[in-house]
Design a protein. Structure first.
Length: 190
């Protein structure tokens, strides 16, 4: 069993305390009241300063937390891959003017084509290419066009600005190709 050692009082602290007590005894009662009042005022000021500091720290933490959340959200949205839809959710009942387009197909129309090509029949397959961001072979678009012409009922071709050189989509599925691969495209369509 350990018995704590009793430390002797610090002689300097004891001397200071005795000196203050002697000074207090020499003050009149009015001066003692004023001194106590002054101490209370100083204690309130210290307490208010502590409250202000605590408030500033809490606000700073909140601002950093919200700022960090916004930064993370913006960073995620900027770095997330932009890919075409593979669901029908939010589609409109509109078909593209033709199966081979030279302008990007609106996503709401893509979603409708995934449901059924030309507004009825089988589910559509959309082949999209991005030759603005990616380096494409000179004959890539011709190869894709010739292949799509072999599936006139439900396959569409359009340029895009998605994060993929060649992106194949159909309901619930997506495939990204870095180069033209006729066999892979046919397997995806069929």
């Amino acid at each position: 069993m350990h018995i704590p050692a009793i430390l002797p009082p610090n002689p300097l602290e004891e001397l200071e305390r005795n000196k203050k007590m002697a000074e207090l005894k020499q003050l009149t009662k009015k001066e003692q009241r004023q001194l106590r009042k002054q101490k209370k005022i100083e204690e309130r000021k210290r307490a208010q300063r502590r409250q202000q500091i605590k408030k500033i720290v809490n606000i700073t933490i909140l601002v950093l937390f919200i700022g960090g959340g916004l930064f993370a959200l913006i960073w995620f949205s900027l770095t997330a891959s932009k890919l075409p839809p593979t669901t029908m959710e939010g589609h409109i009942e509109q078909s593209p003017p033709r199966h081979i387009l030279n302008q990007p197909m609106a996503e709401v129309i893509q979603k409708h084509m995934l449901e059924h090509a030309d507004g009825g029949g089988r589910s559509g397959v959309i082949i999209q290419y991005n030759c603005d961001t990616f380096e494409c072979e000179p004959d890539l678009i011709k190869k894709l066009t010739d292949l799509v012409k072999q599936y006139p009922d439900n396959v569409y071709l359009a340029p895009n600005n998605y994060d993929g050189k060649i992106i194949l989509t159909k309901l619930g599925r997506k495939k990204i190709l870095n180069e033209f691969d006729e066999e892979a495209i046919r397997n995806f369509i069929e």
